[in-house]
Design a protein around this ligand. Sequence first.
Ligand SMILES: C[S@@+](CC[C@H](N)C(=O)[O-])C[C@H]1O[C@@H](n2cnc3c(N)ncnc32)[C@H](O)[C@@H]1O
Length: 196
Amino acid sequence: MGVSEQLRFLWQFVRHPKEVGSVVPSSRYLACAVVEHVSPRARCVAEFGPGTGPITRVLLERLGPAATVLALEIDPAFCAVLRRELADHRLRVVEAPAQELPARARDLGCAVEAVVSGLPFANFPPALRREIVTAAHDALAPGGVFAGYGYAPFALPPVLRAVFGNCATSFEWRNMPPAFVFVARKLSSEFRVPGS
Ligand SMILES: C[S@@+](CC[C@H](N)C(=O)[O-])C[C@H]1O[C@@H](n2cnc3c(N)ncnc32)[C@H](O)[C@@H]1O
């Protein structure tokens, strides 16, 4: 990660502290700890809050040539950075909130197999946390995975347990600050044939 990326990130944090939620982008260690939960064979992966793209880069390295990464980011400055610096035919950067994932995935005709999140859930009110996690759950195919990170275990895990019914936690020391990684899976038994 270059100095210019760090400065850009810091500047956006100064302008929108609650939404950006951190003064530095995620380290490669943290990005790898999140992305390792995504199957390298996945064809459609959504990313919430890519920022300057540290997780996006690792995701694109992991996925095959036919994959699509649908990145939902609300900050137009970060969207511009991603479009300019991560020119990859597999990446769709959409300037929209994470809550719109089900509609945006439908527009693309994409069955979402994994959602990775860089969102600062601890800064969000409980209703918004629930709305975003529910949108991820609704968009995911049965068996799909949600992986996100946070600096404290109080914000995201209870919502993942409430919506997905499960949440596994690990810890990545090699990040500034060290972070928890939270993973939930959409259980296949929740799959319902429409009309049944
Ligand atoms: C902590 S930064 C993470 C950036 C990057 N993923 C990383 O790990 O360094 C959070 C990002 O989420 C974006 N964001 C905040 N609320 C959002 C929402 N509701 N939908 C999509 N993006 C959002 C912010 O603009 C910011 O880019």
